[in-house]
Design a protein around this ligand. Sequence first.
Ligand SMILES: [Zn+2]
Length: 302
Amino acid sequence: MADPALAIDIGGTKIAAGLVDDDGTLVHQAKRPTPDGDAEAVWTVIGSLVTEALAAAGGAVRGVGVASAGPIDVPAGTVSPINITQWHRFPIVDRVSAIVAAPVRLGGDGLCMALGERWRGAGRGAQFLLGMVVSTGVGGGLVLDGAPYGGRTGNAGHVGHVVVDPDGRPCSCGGRGCVETIAGGPRMAQWAREQGWDAPAEADAVELADAAAAGDAVALRAFRRGATAVAAMIASVGAVCDLDLVVIGGGVAKAGALLFDPLREALDSYAGLEFIRDLRVVPAELGGDAGLVGAAALVISA
Ligand SMILES: [Zn+2]
């Protein structure tokens, strides 16, 4: 049997590493919180997770796939995640190459989520897929004509920063009016509070979903507003890319029908052209494992 792929998933709150076999099964995984320390402190956590995974593989892997929060620079092999401020142009590919004797491939976390769902999850069989996450932020990645589409620098599919409100609020990316400023979990909770949602200061999208499920009118409006923004973005991306499927995962998407029902309703009103009218939107299936499975897909062609 072929050696497994080593997969690394680097996010602002947690870092995971795992081993994935030829059929996309995650056969080992471990995760740690992303540390607050300096750039090297973050690297130290990755180094130890990689060492553990290598030991679990008996020392031999066929390649390493790295999924990272963006922005990234694939030609340069560096990453500058918005939510890991200690890292600016961090040379992740060189660092991993120095400790693992195998080819290293880098991809955005959204792209890897899309690849994971396409290989083992809700995106199986899709040739033109948008995989996306609605969570603290909104992210995504594209598979076009059956192949990962990274664009010039590997950042294509940053759908959270599609502008849906030209007069909108400032966004963490430096722009304004992005989908993420409306549909990101903390932004939905903040908006609900401004509209009179009576909740503790630390209440977030999980409590907002509970309130909506219990029939709270403001919470329901917050979900409808977020879902409508996501639908506007999907209609726009669908018009540009001629997609056949959209898979949505992430914490806010766990609210299920609270998000998907108003989203499909709004999409029906935005998607006018015939080739977008058939666009299906479905929940993700792999949860937090999609990033690792998709990172492995960068080195095992699924
Ligand atoms: Zn933005």
